[in-house]
Design a protein. Structure first.
Length: 107
């Protein structure tokens, strides 16, 4: 079971336009707890193995799409911004949720 220590907001659903300023923002698709795992790489027998940054959320009832915006806040206040590369609905025993692979994160 993952600890889900981080909090995150996934947006990029419906565009919302401020009538006064004309500024475009996106509606939130998800806002709540998550578990962020940073990108990593290793060299094994001369072969470089790399893993993109990942995010796990403990719900399955949301519709995601690639390139949606993700803002992650760690327990110590670090803010990480990224977009969704791809995702997979997972269910292992009593644990279910969504595994999200992130594009290059932006701090």
């Amino acid at each position: 079971m993952l600890p889900y220590r981080d909090s995150c907001v996934i947006s990029g659903g419906i565009e919302v336009v401020d009538q006064e300023t004309g500024e475009v923002s996106y509606a939130d698709v998800y806002s709540g707890k998550c578990d962020y795992q940073s990108a990593s790489s290793a060299i094994i027998n001369g072969v470089t193995m790399a893993q993109s940054a990942r995010l796990y959320i403990p719900v399955m009832e949301i519709a995601l799409d690639t390139n949606q915006f993700v803002t992650i806040t760690s327990p110590r206040g670090r803010v990480i911004k990224a977009t969704i590369l791809d995702y997979q609905y997972i269910e292992i025993g009593k644990v279910s949720g969504i595994k999200i692979n992130l594009n290059e994160t932006m701090n």
